[in-house]
Design a protein. Structure first.
Length: 154
């Protein structure tokens, strides 16, 4: 089976980069879920929203999903077409990570490649934020806080 190379890049999923509560960096936790590294607020990208909804409402149609999640019909159809939800269809065989080619059963990248991608976005977001704040974060960061954040990852 030939899978079309769609260019639904991750940015089109409306990734929450900054926290809407405190403008902290949203750190990727997995399957479309993000958590603010400053205040702990959770947020979801389009994929995460749709996936959450489908977990509770199996068999929901595109219109229902869209109403409930605010994600456009087109994005939902694209995600379904790409078999990004194992809850919808896991019988089409395995997917492969688009970056390293290992077998995966949902999404587009294996967990490692996905995490790597998100870490890059987060690093860029940090840079952007620091430069837009001019003087950097008030109070300064306590040295080892950064490394603790990463080990908390499941
Ligand atoms: Zn926050
Ligand atoms: Zn991979």
């Amino acid at each position: 089976m030939t899978r079309m190379m769609k260019k639904l890049v991750m940015d089109e999923l409306h990734r929450p980069t900054f926290c809407r509560e405190c403008e902290g960096i949203m750190v990727y936790k997995g399957i479309g879920e993000y958590q603010c590294e400053d205040c702990g607020e959770f947020a979801y990208d389009d994929y995460g929203k749709v996936r959450n909804y489908l977990e509770k409402h199996r068999g929901a149609n595109v219109a229902e999903i869209s109403d409930a999640t605010d994600v456009s019909h087109k994005s939902i159809r694209d995600m379904i077409k790409e078999k990004r939800f194992e809850v919808i269809d896991n019988r089409g065989g395995y997917l492969r990570c688009e970056k390293c080619g290992v077998n995966i059963n949902t999404g587009r990248y294996c967990r490692e490649c996905e995490i790597e991608y998100h870490r890059q976005v987060e690093a860029e977001a940090r840079l952007k934020r620091t430069s837009s704040l001019g003087g950097g974060k008030a109070g300064g960061t306590k040295g080892d806080e950064g490394s603790k954040r990463f080990t908390r990852e499941r």
